[in-house]
Design a protein around this ligand. Structure first.
Ligand code: ZN
Length: 393
């Protein structure tokens, strides 16, 4: 058993002073306070001093980082992405595909399924890496009108057979799927995917209010990168954005990098969705953690200049990291660290259907971040694994 302690802890719903985290076999066995009980005798104690402990971040929408795309055939790609995520406090992630030719999508899904299964079987070789827990299928069931950077020649109308072919290629590891609900055939596919436990997320969509509502009735429960690649809000036709902002059954995510949305829109979104239903994503691409230049996103090339990722004048993902997104929410919307942390931990875990991540409680996987008061990452711990040097000062 190992005991971890620091100055305070966010579960993230509750705040605990002088926290005591007891970890055994990669899982939290107790989350309490040193004020309430003594540290058990004879076990290793790792003291993070004046730091704050919080759940490891969960990113449900990420395409790559450190020069690599999650659809790359190269076996070392995911390892590099996972090490970068780890440095930024992310302990669980959902590698996200972009629209591509079918054979390339199927083989990417197969490789990602292999990575998810081998990470789950791991017994200690995967140190200092975020863990892939499922796949986010972004495309090809997207609107031509709101496709963003997704290649138009590879977009498809949703069909049950098409969805099932992706499902088989991914061996059931699809956990999130972005779909434009106004497309012919979308409602049947939404219902079937929801039935299989997928979080169906509406996005890349030109839907009016009625089709967005019909998608929720069919089983959709989330919205992808709010405002971006959506029909804009109109006061007489609120459209998909109106549905996202007003329906309490829908959670929704945003890219809070200061480029995709004006800070005032971040504030508006957070007022509408509140601390329970708002989620942060990075939508990060291979250029994340790299200098400006030309990088791949799926099968196409993206130009990155001063933090903007563009293809033919359209935004194509970001170079945002999750720790930065949390700090941006504090700055843009004047939320405190504890509230902002919910959007990167328990909320995305709920969206992805994870009950043992995104929270610090007995029984949960021992994934957590060590932060300073400004929300900067000092250490990341995956499955309770710490090197001998950590916390010894
Ligand atoms: Zn997108």
């Amino acid at each position: 058993m190992i005991a971890f302690t620091a100055s305070s802890l966010y579960t993230p719903i509750e705040r605990v002073e002088q926290p005591l985290l007891l970890v055994e076999d990669h899982v939290f066995v107790e989350v309490s306070s040193r004020v309430a009980r003594p540290i058990p005798q004879g076990i290793r104690i790792v003291d993070f001093g004046d730091a704050i402990l919080a759940p490891g971040f969960v990113d449900i929408h990420i395409h790559g980082g450190a020069g690599h795309d999650v659809m790359d055939a190269d076996a070392s790609a995911l390892c590099a992405v996972e090490q970068l995520l780890f440095k930024h406090g992310v302990t669980s992630y959902f590698p996200t595909t972009v629209t591509a030719p079918l054979d390339q999508t199927w083989s990417a899904l197969d490789r990602l399924a292999n990575a998810i299964e081998s990470a789950a079987r791991d017994n200690g070789s995967r140190r200092e890496r975020a863990q892939p827990l499922g796949i986010h299928l972004e495309g090809p069931f997207l609107s031509h009108v709101r496709r963003g950077a997704h290649p138009p020649e590879n977009l498809l109308l949703p069909t049950l057979q098409g969805f099932d072919r992706f499902w088989q290629a991914a061996r059931g590891h699809i956990r999130v799927m972005t779909i434009a609900p106004e497309l012919e055939g979308a409602r049947e596919v939404i219902a079937e995917a929801a039935q299989r436990g997928v979080c169906v997320s509406i996005g890349h969509s030109d839907a009016d209010l009625n089709s967005a509502r019909a998608a929720v009735a069919a089983g959709a429960r989330h919205a992808t990168h709010g405002f971006n690649a959506m029909r804009p809000l109109d006061h007489r036709e609120p459209g998909i954005v109106g549905e996202m902002l007003t329906d309490a059954r829908l959670s929704a995510d945003i890219i809070a990098d200061g480029i995709h949305l004006d800070p005032a829109i971040v504030e508006l979104f957070l007022k509408a969705k509140g601390p329970d239903a708002a989620v942060l994503i990075t939508d990060a691409i291979s250029a994340t953690g790299m200098p400006d230049g030309r990088y791949r996103l799926g099968t196409f090339e993206v130009e990155v200049k001063n933090g903007r990722c563009e293809v033919g004048g359209k935004l194509a993902g970001s170079v945002l990291t999750m720790d930065r997104a949390v700090r941006n929410v504090m700055q843009f919307a004047h939320w405190d660290l504890q509230q902002a942390l919910r959007l990167a931990t328990i909320n995305p875990a709920r969206v992805a259907g994870l009950s043992d991540r995104g929270r610090l409680e007995a029984g949960a996987e021992a994934d957590f971040v060590v932060l300073n008061r400004a929300g900067e990452v000092r250490s990341t711990i995956v499955r309770g694994e710490v090197s001998e040097a950590v916390g010894q000062s």
